[in-house]
Design a protein around this ligand. Structure first.
Ligand SMILES: Nc1nc2c(c(=O)[nH]1)N[C@H]1C(S)=C(S)[C@@H](COP(=O)(O)OP(=O)(O)OC[C@H]3O[C@@H](n4cnc5c(=O)[nH]c(N)nc54)[C@H](O)[C@@H]3O)O[C@H]1N2
Ligand SMILES: Nc1nc2c(c(=O)[nH]1)N[C@H]1C(S)=C(S)[C@@H](COP(=O)(O)OP(=O)(O)OC[C@H]3O[C@@H](n4cnc5c(=O)[nH]c(N)nc54)[C@H](O)[C@@H]3O)O[C@H]1N2
Ligand code: SF4
Ligand SMILES: [Mo]
Length: 707
């Protein structure tokens, strides 16, 4: 609309969108002036965001303006990983991929295509695409993230980890175990936890080092790395022995409580003391505090729990503790997540349903060989095994979308050897990564500010639909995912997807029958499906387990030969002169993909190796000095030491995501060390009960570097 004459043109536009700097996908508001994005803030329309954003979200404009990202489709010219590319048109790149895939499918069948991604709310179209290829091998990143949590949830509650919502705002006591909420950030969660603390809520942190979360805690337990299972068994023992558990809840909702009581009998806090290093009295005191706050308690089962060979059982005991306190389903606890249908609304229509499910069995053995695992997102280490061994059948093509397995999985040198067996490796990404550099074709994705998304649904106390809107036009020759998948569908004759020519058509399809229109997203970027948060009463609590209750003994796991209650066995201790490797996140970076961000790299350019002060003194290492960290002399890397009393002496800690080796990432190149490289042989170390990698079952040596 033209401005009335004499008045300046209205040039500032506010676009409601979704942050894409990490997996959390917070709602944001992007300010656009004359077609340029000038400012980003958290959505003012979302009560728990209230305008706030984390540092990475604030660095979105730096990503947009970063020239060191793929600027157009690339087809490999040199050897894999050599970094010699031919710039191609989209048409050429699509044709190249379609021809290769067709050849592979003709030879080996659709099942020989592996597709991995990073999970999240926009998987529908991707799953549909993989179905269209005729492959059952849709797999996500979760084997190196939250699979143990997921399977622990399923084995106890019959439902997934996201089928409960952490009602942090109303919680009276939150326990963060292997969870650093104030640095491994989800903005709404952080804001809600702060509200709880401001209202007198308590915080307990259990970690192997003093984090920012620990600095805000009422109770901080510095546990021996890998001893959390002992800690939790002792806590359960105390809740039961001292009659501190929620009797009415347990009587009505638990199956096999007696078996639990008998099982934890030997695991007293006194017993646990020598495992965890935590005085028995402190565990007893914590149990008392939790009982006082129950049921408004959240014992966080963890997020990144791909750490140990017993992490599944640590997560499982976390859920059991929540159950004993009556917090599963309670206000201020792990409230039941509502989806559209739970509030009397119809969900979005899915693209997957347009295509038949593939008949072939999965290459990772899920659903037929391993029946206790959720087959949906699969297990990447087993897919890699299938590529390597060609068992149960050859897997010859691999499409990686928003996934960097050479960073996200252990032992990249081994993975490269496995990838060499492929006839086609495609990376779809918006930054460079080791995997993109190893690919045969790179398809550059527009950054989140330059693209729109299909619609998505977010479950919670108040479920809603949301959309990512394009704030600005792409700076380079990149595309949105919906464009790539429908374009590829046209090149591969995947009919139901090929027919979508515009995002508007896709939105209209998704909204059919929901009573919502696309115009309804205009004001806030989201459409709430209910006015009030909905909680369940005790009578309404029915779990999708065989008994409808919380199951201490899970038949599914028992049938697979895996005990529901695992007797305690200490993990392997670090060999003499070595340290357990531990790792995690900081507020300034997301995994490995922001390390080259122009702004964030300036604020934090390299990672450090946390080492206990006494150990450092023994090794003659001073704070800020450079050391070599290696796996028994292998994969040695240079990193700066952070000498501190705030870490357990048995381990060292480093932030994940550093140690980049790609020359095109000038800001990240050669800075810091890569934890995954130290995990030699790590593809073979994974938790048979939970399915996730055991990334901290590795030990390193540390040596002072001279000069
Ligand atoms: N800023 C930022 N936020 C993020 C991300 C990011 O990259 N950056 N990534 C997102 C993703 S994908 C995830 S999965 C989550 C991860 O969220 P979290 O799991 O909370 O994050 P981490 O830092 O991996 O690990 C949490 C803590 O576990 C501790 N720890 C290590 N070993 C042990 C142990 O044996 N026992 C105990 N009790 N503690 C131990 C570490 O010291 C660390 O402080 O964060 C999400 N949010
Ligand atoms: N050793 C070790 N291994 C780990 C971890 C660890 O701490 N230590 N952390 C684990 C955890 S918690 C996780 S979640 C995984 C994460 O593993 P990944 O999912 O592989 O990590 P990301 O860096 O988030 O994303 C991978 C790639 O996707 C690109 N990308 C980012 N956003 C988009 C997008 O919107 N679309 C597309 N197409 N591409 C995008 C990024 O630029 C990056 O190159 O790694 C796990 N692996
Ligand atoms: S937590 Fe930060 S980086 Fe992640 S989506 Fe939210 S604002 Fe963006
Ligand atoms: Mo993760």
């Amino acid at each position: 609309m033209a401005a009335p004459s004499g008045q300046p043109q209205e040039r500032l536009k506010k676009v409601n969108s979704i942050c894409g700097m990490c997996t959390v996908r917070c709602p944001i508001e992007v300010h656009v002036k004359d077609g340029e994005a000038v400012y980003i803030q958290g959505s003012p329309h979302h009560p728990a965001m209230n305008g706030s954003l984390c540092p990475r979200g604030g660095a979105g404009l730096a990503l947009l303006h970063d020239n060191e990202r793929p600027q157009g489709p690339l087809i490999r010219e040199g050897k894999r990983g050599e970094g010699r590319w031919r710039r191609a048109t989209w048409e050429e790149a699509y044709t190249h991929i379609a021809d290769k895939l067709t050849e592979i499918v003709t030879h080996y069948g659709g099942r020989s295509i592996l597709y991995t991604n990073r999970g999240g709310p926009w998987q529908d179209i991707q799953k549909a695409f993989v179905r269209g290829l005729g492959s059952p091998n849709y797999t996500n990143h979760d084997a190196s993230c939250a699979r143990n949590v997921m399977h622990a949830a399923k084995s106890f509650m019959g439902m997934g980890r996201k089928d409960v919502t952490y009602d942090l705002k109303n919680a009276k006591h939150v326990v963060l175990q292997t969870r650093n909420m104030f640095e491994a950030i989800n903005v709404s969660e952080v804001n809600n936890l702060i509200s709880s603390l401001n209202n007198g809520g308590k915080l307990t942190v259990i970690d192997v080092r003093a984090t920012i979360s620990a600095s805000k805690a009422n109770n901080f337990f510095l546990v021996r790395p890998g001893s959390d299972y002992a800690f939790n068994l002792a806590l359960i023992h105390t809740l039961i022995k001292k009659d501190l558990y929620h009797k009415n809840y347990v009587k009505r909702i638990f199956k096999d409580f007696d078996k639990l009581a008998a099982f934890v009998e030997p695991y007293s806090p006194d017993w646990a003391e020598s495992e965890t290093g935590i005085p028995a009295g402190r565990v007893e005191s914590l149990a008392g505090q939790l009982a006082e706050a129950a049921p408004a308690v959240i014992w966080h089962p963890g997020w990144h729990q791909a750490r140990y060979l017993n992490s599944f059982y640590v997560c499982r005991t976390a859920y059991i503790i929540n159950g004993l306190l009556g917090s599963i389903g309670a206000k201020g606890g792990l409230a039941i997540t509502n989806k559209a249908k739970d509030v009397g609304r119809k969900g979005l229509k899915s693209f997957v349903d347009l295509l038949p499910a593939p008949e072939d069995q999965r290459a990772d053995g899920l659903g037929w060989k391993y029946k206790h695992f959720d087959a949906g997102p699969g297990l990447l280490q087993l897919q890699l095994k299938a590529i390597e061994t060609e068992e149960p059948y050859p897997v010859k093509a691999y499409i990686c979308y928003r996934h960097d397995p050479l960073m996200a999985m252990p032992d990249p040198e081994k993975i490269k050897k496995i990838l060499d067996k492929l006839d086609l490796l495609v990376s779809i990404t918006f930054t460079w990564s080791e995997t993109a550099n190893y690919a045969d074709v790179v398809l550059p994705l527009s950054t989140y500010l330059e693209r729109e998304s299909t619609l998505a649904h977010k479950g919670g106390l108040k479920p809603y639909f949301f959309v990512r809107q394009r704030a600005v036009q792409p700076r380079f020759d990149s595309k949105a995912p919906w464009e790539i998948y429908t374009d590829l569908a046209r090149h591969l004759n995947i009919e139901p997807l090929a027919r979508f020519r515009s995002i508007e058509e896709m939105w209209a399809y998704q909204l059919e029958g929901t009573g919502v229109e696309i115009a309804d997203f205009e004001a806030k970027g989201m459409v709430s499906l209910t006015d009030k948060p909905k909680y369940r009463t005790l009578d309404e609590l029915k779990f999708p387990t065989p008994s409808g209750k919380l199951e201490v003994i899970s038949e599914k796991w028992e049938k697979a030969g895996l005990p529901s209650l695992l007797p305690y066995q200490p993990l392997q201790a670090p060999p003499e002169g070595q340290y357990r490797i531990t790792f995690g996140r900081c507020a300034l970076h997301t995994q490995g993909h922001t390390v080259n961000n122009p702004l964030l790299s300036e604020v934090m350019g390299e990672n450090e190796l946390w080492i206990n002060r006494n150990e450092a003194a023994r090794l003659g290492i001073g704070d800020g000095e450079y050391v070599e960290v290696s796996n028994n002399g292998q994969a040695g890397q240079r990193i700066k030491a952070k000498v501190t009393e705030a870490i357990h002496p048995e381990c060292v800690f480093m932030l994940h995501g550093f140690g980049h080796r790609l020359k095109m990432e000038s800001r990240a190149f050669g800075k810091g060390a890569a934890d995954q490289e130290l995990m030699i042989g790590g593809l073979e170390k994974w938790d048979p009960a939970g399915g996730a990698m055991a990334l901290q079952e590795h030990f390193v040596t540390v040596r002072k570097l001279e000069g």
